[in-house]
Design a protein around this ligand. Sequence first.
Ligand code: LUZ
Ligand code: MOS
Length: 760
Amino acid sequence: KIIGKEQPHVAAMKQCTGEAQYTDDIPLQRNELYGCLVLSTKAHAKILSVDASPALETVLGVVDYVDHRDLPSPEANWWRAPNCDETFFALDEVFSAGQPIGMVLATSAKIAEAGARAVRVAYEELPAIFTIEEAIVAESYFDHYRYIHDGDVEKAFAEADHVFEGVARMGGQEHFYLETNACVAIPKPEDGEMEIWSSTQNPSETQAYVSQVTGVAANKIVSKVKRLGGGFGGKETRSIQLAAICATAANKVKRPVRCMLNRDEDILTSGQRHPFLARWKVAVNKDGKLQALDTDVFNNGGWCQDLSGAVVDRALSHIDGCYKWKAVHVRGRVCKTNTVSNTAFRGFGGPQGMFIAETYMEEVADRLGMPVEKLREINFYKTDEPTHFRQELKDWYVPLMYKQVLEESDYDRRKKEAEEFNKKSKWKKRGLSIIPTKFGISFTALFLNQAGALVHIYHDGSILVAHGGTEMGQGLHTKMTMICAEALNVPLETVFISETATNTVANGSSTAASASSDLNGYAIWNACTQLNERLAPYREKMGPDATMKDIAHAAYFDRVNLSANGFYKTPDVGYVWGPNTGQMYFYFTQGVAAAEVEVDTLTGDWTCRRADVKMDVGRSINPAIDYGQIEGAFVQGLGLFTLEESLWHRASGQIFTKGPGAYKIPGFRDIPQEFNVSLLKDVNWENLRTIQRSRGVGEPPLFMGSCVFFAIRDALKAARKEWGVEEVLSLRSPATVERIRISCADPIIRRAHVVSQEGE
Ligand code: LUZ
Ligand code: MOS
C-alpha cells in the first residue's frame, strides 16, 4: 500500500542541492541567440514609429530585431481563445505599459538588453484608465456578463427585518514564483519542426500557439517542460506570450532562441491576480438569519481578457461563502483598463468571492451587534442543502470542522483573554477570527476536465510514466508516481516521470484548478488497469514472488504490448450559466482556520500569535505533500490579504512594485508564531469518487489566510472603541500597515488628515 503514505517529494533533495534542472538550465545550444523584449513604456498610445536601426547598427553582437512583420500572416498575431483579443506583438497601438512590441536577438543576454534599450519607439499618448472605479465610470467592460439568480430575491428583500449595504474591495497579487518566465525555442533542420521548452503550466496551449506563429502544424511542434520553479496560475496562459515570441524569433533566424525574463520584465509583462470590487446588499432578519444577497461584482481584467471572465465566474460561485441563502442574485463584469492583463492566480476568483462573503458577514454582524462567529455558525449550510447554483453539498464537513477548530484552538478562552488584554493595553490590541472555506473543484469550462497518460513498462521492470500535468513544486509527480506504483504493485523507486511533453501526451489541459491529481491520477490508473489485464496471466503463472522484471521479461518475449495510454474525464459536471442548471463542481474541498493577532496601533505593525488550520482533503494520497500545500497556501493567502500590494505610477501607468524592494511577500517573520495544521479525520466520504476519495488541495487553503486579515479587523475594532469610534469599519484588502494605522482612528491619525487618493 503506497497511496496514503507520507512520502517525501520525489525531487526534494535535488531541489535543495540545486541539482534539479529548470528551463534555463538547458545547456547552451549551438548557434543560440538570446532575446530581450522591447516593451511599451506607455499605458495607452499610438505607436508612430519603431526604429530598431540604432540597436542593429550600433550595438555589436545584436543580430536581428523581430516583431509582428515576422509572422506568417497577420492573423497569426492574435491569440488567447476563445476571445482572441490580444496580439503577441503590438501593432500600431499599445494598450498597456509592458506590452511586447518586439524582441532584439543578440549573442548574449547583456547585449540583447543593450540592444532592446537602443530601439527607439515614438508614441502619441492616448487617455488611459487604470482602476475598477474609473472603468465603472467610463463603462469600460469586456463583453462578458454572467449572473447567478436563484430564488425570489425581491420578495426576500421586502420581507426581511434589515437590509444592509456595503462595498468590498480587494487588491491583486503578484505571483512571484521563484523562477521567472523562461523559454528556449529550438528549430530543427527539417520540415519546420521545432522543440519548445517553456516554463509553463500549459504545454499543449504553448504547442498550439507556437504552431500558429511558425505556420507549422502541431504535429511538428514539441512543447516540453521538466519542472517549473512555481506557477501559481501565472503560467497557466501568460507564459505563452514569451514562448510564442521566442518561437517567432527562432523561426525567423533559424537558430535556437533563449529568453529568461528578469524580475522587472516578468512583473511588467505577465499579469497578476485580479483586483475586485463588489457592491453588496444583504437582507437579514433580527435573529441573524440570512435571507437574500444581491451583488454587483467587478474585476480588473487589464487590457485584454485572458481568463478574466472565468475568474469573475468563479467569484460568483463562491460569493455565498459557506452560508445558506433563501435567494441570491449576483452579477459579474470584467473591467477593461490599461494595466497589464490580469490572469489566473491560485484560487482563480474563489478567494475574491469568499472575501466578499466574509466582508459582508463581518459588517452585517457589526450592524446587528452580534458576534460574527455566531452569525457564521447559525447560517452554515447543512448537509445536502443546495448552493445558489443549485449544487447539493455532499460530504459537507465545514460545520463539524468549525466546532473542532473552536475547541482545539481554545478559541473562546483566548477571545476572552484578548478582550481582557485590550482593556488594559492602550496601544497594542489583540484580535481573533475564525473563517470557513469551501472551494469548488473542476474547471468551469467543461472541456478542460480531461487528462491523458502514457505508461511504458520496460522489460528490465522499470516504468516510465508521462501524463498531462506539469510539476511546479506542488508534488504532482510524487503523487502520480505513487499512484502508478500502487496500481502496478511495484516499488516506488521503479517508477519514473521525466518531463511533460506534447509528443507523449497530447491535448492536455493546463495544470490548474486543483484538479491535476484527480485528472492525471485517474488517467494513469486507467493505463495501469490495461497493463494489469495484460500481465494477469503472467502474475498467475509466476506467483506472488515474481518481480515486475520477471513478469515484464516474460510478457515481452511473448510479444505483449507493455505500453498503455490512459484517459479520464470528470463525470457528472456540466453547468449552464443563465438557466442555473447542471452541476458546476465535482465536489468541494473544505476547511476552517482561526488566527490571533496583536497589532501595534502606533505603527500599524502586527504579528500573528497563533493560527489553527484544519482542512478536509478527503483520504489524502500523500499527507506530507498536502501539509506543505496547506501551509504554503495559507501563508500566500496571508500575504495577499495583509502584505502584498501592487502600486502603479498614476501618470505613466507603469507598475512601481517591480521587485522585492517595493513588493513585500511573506517572509519567515510573517509565519504565525504558533502554526497548527491538521487534516479532518474519522469521517466517511461516501460520495467522493476520486482516487482513494482524496480531494484537490492546491488552491483551497489559500483563502484560509484571510483569517489573519479578519483577526486584524477584530483588533482594529478594539482600537477604535478606545477612541469612541462606533462607525462600522469597512476594511479593504490588503490590510497593509499603512491601512491598519489609519483605521485605528485615534486622535493622532485624525490630526494627520489622511485622505485616500485611491478613488473610493
Ligand atoms: N482555470 C480555468 C482555472 O481555466 N478554469 C477554472 O475554472 C479554473 N479554476 C481554478 C484555477 N484555474
Ligand atoms: Mo491555477 S489559478 O489553478 O493555474
